[in-house]
Structures are given as structure tokens and as C-alpha cells.
Ligand binder design. Structure first.
Ligand code: BES
Ligand code: MN
Ligand code: MN
Length: 457
């Protein structure tokens, strides 16, 4: 690409200033008090798309947070790439663990520290700058559309309907997404799989009120004890999930593909060291990458009940709660799994308690074949920038809307992400290395160039 490196070099301060403006808006989708911030953030995205060279950009209402749509149509006969990203972020708590405030971006040790620095403001923003470069230097050879949503972190509840209602507007040949990761800074990676998920909240009720744990303890079931026991029954000693029928639709990956997966660079020692754990745990017979990439998992995300204040209070609580999630793989159906779990969880409850299970949200897993034209365009783009062939990786994370895009719009997504495991997304001190940010901006233009060429043939 003509003078791409120079363009980035000459504009890098401005790029960072603009990204920081985006990061400073606390667009936390799970908190209703941030509704205004969602609109402010959407408006800023719209402005950035226009400034970057889009013919049009609009903020559109949905049943939830607004969506930003923008486009530049060069010629309807050219291939069209739809860029998807999300402007919403996860809550920043626990705040006291941040070195600098989460919505005041700061560069330290060559990394941008802030909530959203990687997920997905930093990564999404790279696309506006790659686009700007292509437009300003007259090198764009594809039509480009942008779809930036504000509810990814809460399961994209409004986007499927928005897609149904706007199929023509969203028409494209491929969807390009930077919201995933790389194995290491020097190991270019393309994500070929995302896990699906199911999320529930359970409530276990024992006696009709909190009781004195001396007067009643030992005679009345304690809902926290019961809940803890029920949870431990969900996974057996081999790391198998015990819900009947849970594995029925899991596609077993061939030995050939497993052998290929085992070739991806991975050090168990470094992995353990980075997490400060002595030993890993998971399903027997599978490696770490297999456990997150091709096998389902079951986790309690939060658990509470009883006395949480300072000091001691002798109480036998009336209620116990947990938030529980399960990551799914092809071809598990998230609605079917949601049902199976509800039934099973209720069935193992002792008569001494009442159990309520609420299904909060879910989504399907996704797979991208490596012979897809757009995959090859991404592969070649990363090879140009990194000097080596990218590794295809099935990620353990989820972006539920990606499989909906396929179902509703009939379009495949290519997941060309630049995050690192050490970026601490969703955690305190989320960060995004400048190297990843600028390599991303440097790689994306080649994707368009390769894709346009490959689609001509
Ligand atoms: N960008 C992540 C997903 C991701 C990260 C995939 C790294 C692969 C590698 C996304 O924003 C996310 O956090 N998704 C949620 C989905 C949920 C809230 C429905 C997840 O995976 O927990
Ligand atoms: Mn994300
Ligand atoms: Mn996220």
C-alpha cells in the first residue's frame, strides 16, 4: 500500500486523541444510568465515520441502545464489506484495583490503559482509521458499511430484530470484525470459532425469613449450603457437565484437526504463571486449547446470599442466589441447553428448598471455514504485515450476534482481532498495546485490497 506506514506515523497523535475521546465516554450497557452516554458515544462514532470519509452515517433507534450505521458506496458492482464493532463496554468495577481511573485513558509502558481500550473501542476504532487512509489516498476498492452496536456486552438483545428490519441496508458480501485476540504479539492469528453461551440466574429459598442460626441451625435447610451442593453436582470428577442430554449435539472434532490445533504455539508454564495458578483444571482427555476451543464449559459467575457486612452475624439465611453460565460449541442449541439446565437444576433440588431458574440470555457458537475468500484475504493481509502465515484459532469467547448475522443476513464473518490475553478485557487495568493498535491499522487496508482482488477472479 502506498505510504500507509507514513500516513500512520504522521497521524498517530491525532489517532490517539480521537480514540481517547471515545474512551472517555463511559458507555456501560449494563447500567441504565448510562443511557445518555450510549447516545453520546453513538453520536461520536457517527461523527468519526463522516470525518473518516463515509458518504453517510446515522444513529438509528432500536428497542434498546442505538446503532450507528455508515457507508461509502463506490459502485454497487464492487464487493461490499460490512464492518461490525461494539461501542458499549463492561462495567469497570472493582474500581479500587485500577492504577488510573478506567475512563481516563493513559499510556504507560507502551500500552493504553482504560476500560474499552481493547474491547472494543480500541479495536473498533482501528477500522475507522484504516478506512480514512483508504478514502483519503484514493485506494479504496470495496464498498464499505459500518454497523456499530451498543449492546454486545449484554448479549445484543435488540440487534437480531434490527437486522431483520434492515436486511437491504446491511446487504454485504462479508462481515469484518476486530473483537477477538491473537496468540502473541508476533503470532498473527485469525479466529475461526467462537463459543456460544447460556446465562442463568438461580434463586434458592429456604425458610420464609432469615433465622437465628443457633436456634434453627441443624434443623432447617440452609439455602446457601444447598445451592453450593447443587452447583458442585453440575460437573463430575472428570470435568463432565452432568446435565442429561448436554453433550448430545456436541460435534466431536476429528483427530486430524486436533493434531493441527496442537501445533499452535502454547506454553502451559507461561499460561499458569500469567494467572498465578499451580495447576490447571478441566475436562479429562483434552488440552487447554481444546478445553476452551472445542469443548463446552460450566461456570458460576457470581454467588451471594446471607450476611455480607463487617464482622460476624449468626444467621441462617432465607435465600441464596447465583449467576451461572455455560459456554457452548457447535452444534449445541442454546435454547435447548437453557431448557435442559432449568429442568435438571430444579430436579436435583431437595424438598427442603424452592428453586427458581431464570434464563437471562444466550447465543449460538460460530465457525468460519479457512477456505472462505475473505479468510484468505485476511490471511494474506496479516502475512504481509507480520511476515508469517497466521494461525487459525478457535476462541473460547463469544460474540453471539456473529452466528445471528449468518442466520438472518446469510453472511459469514471474518474475525481478524488484535487483542492479547494480557490485555485484561473485562478486568481492572484493561489495556491495549500501541503495537497492537498500530499493527491493526496497518493490516486492515491490505484486507480490502486482497479481498477486492480475490473477488474479481
Ligand atoms: N470481544 C469479546 C469476545 C471475545 C474476546 C472473543 C476475546 C474472543 C476473544 C466480547 O465483547 C465479549 O466479551 N463477549 C461476551 C458475550 C456475552 C456478554 C454475551 C463474552 O464472551 O462473555
Ligand atoms: Mn468485544
Ligand atoms: Mn467484551
Amino acid at each position: 500500500m502506498d505510504n500507509l506506514k507514513t500516513y500512520i506515523e504522521e497521524n498517530k497523535e491525532r489517532f490517539l486523541d480521537e480514540l481517547f475521546e471515545l474512551i472517555r465516554i463511559p458507555s456501560i450497557s449494563s447500567k441504565p444510568e448510562h443511557k445518555d452516554d450510549m447516545y453520546r458515544c453513538a453520536e461520536l462514532w457517527k461523527k468519526m465515520l463522516i470525518d473518516g470519509g463515509a458518504d453517510k452515517a446515522v444513529v438509528m433507534e432500536t428497542e434498546g441502545n442505538p446503532v450507528v450505521f455508515g457507508e461509502k458506496i463506490l459502485d454497487p458492482s464492487l464487493p461490499t464489506v460490512l464492518v461490525y464493532a461494539h461501542y458499549d463496554v463492561q462495567p469497570a468495577e472493582p474500581l479500587e484495583l485500577w492504577t488510573t481511573p478506567p475512563f481516563e485513558p493513559e499510556i504507560r509502558d507502551g500500552k493504553i490503559f482504560a476500560r474499552g481500550a481493547d474491547d472494543d473501542k480500541g479495536q473498533g476504532f482501528m477500522h475507522t482509521k484504516a478506512f480514512e487512509y483508504l478514502v483519503k489516498t484514493n485506494q479504496l476498492e470495496c464498498n464499505v458499511k459500518f454497523l456499530i452496536e451498543g449492546e454486545e456486552e449484554v448479549g445484543s438483545p435488540s440487534l437480531p430484530k434490527f437486522c431483520e428490519d434492515n436486511k437491504e441496508m446491511l446487504k454485504s458480501d462479508v462481515i469484518l470484525v476486530s473483537d477477538t485476540g491473537m496468540i502473541a504479539p508476533d503470532v498473527p492469528t485469525i479466529t475461526t470459532g467462537l463459543r456460544g453461551l447460556c446465562y442463568w440466574e438461580v434463586e434458592v429459598t429456604g425458610p420464609n425469613r432469615d433465622l437465628h442460626s443457633g436456634l434453627f441451625g441443624g434443623a432447617v435447610a440452609n439455602p446457601i449450603n444447598v445451592l453450593a451442593k447443587m452447583i458442585t453436582q453440575m460437573v463430575d470428577e472428570n470435568g463432565h457437565i452432568t446435565v442429561p442430554g448436554f453433550y448430545d449435539d456436541v460435534i466431536e472434532v476429528s483427530d486430524e484437526e486436533r493434531a493441527l490445533m496442537a501445533k499452535a504455539p502454547y506454553s502451559e508454564e507461561e499460561y499458569k504463571k500469567a494467572l498465578d495458578v499451580e495447576e490447571l483444571a478441566g475436562e479429562k482427555g483434552f488440552s487447554t486449547n481444546e478445553r476452551t476451543g472445542i469443548r463446552p464449559s460450566f461456570d458460576v459467575c457470581g454467588i451471594w446470599g446471607g450476611y455480607q457486612g463487617d464482622g460476624a452475624k449468626t444467621v441462617l439465611p432465607s435465600k441464596a442466589y447465583a449467576k451461572i453460565s455455560s459456554r457452548l460449541v457447535p452444534d449445541q442449541n442454546h435454547e435447548k441447553i437453557a431448557e435442559l439446565f432449568c429442568k435438571h437444576f430444579e430436579s436435583i433440588a431437595p424438598k427442603s428448598v424452592k428453586v427458581k431458574v431464570e434464563h437471562l440470555h444466550g447465543g449460538q457458537a460460530y465457525g468460519c471455514p479457512i477456505d472462505l475468500t475473505a479468510y484468505k484475504a485476511a490471511e494474506k493481509a496479516l502475512e504481509t504485515v507480520y511476515g508469517k502465515r497466521p494461525v487459525p484459532v478457535r476462541s473460547g469467547g463469544s460474540i453471539p450476534i456473529i452466528s445471528d448475522f449468518e442466520k438472518i443476513l446469510g453472511v459469514k464473518s471474518v474475525l481478524m482481532g488484535f487483542g492479547l490475553e494480557s490485555n485484561a478485557i473485562h478486568s481492572p487495568n484493561e489495556n491495549y498495546p500501541l503495537e497492537q493498535f498500530f499493527n491493526g491499522i496497518n493490516s486492515i487496508p491490505y484486507f480490502y485490497k486482497n479481498y477486492a482482488e480475490m473477488m474479481k477472479k
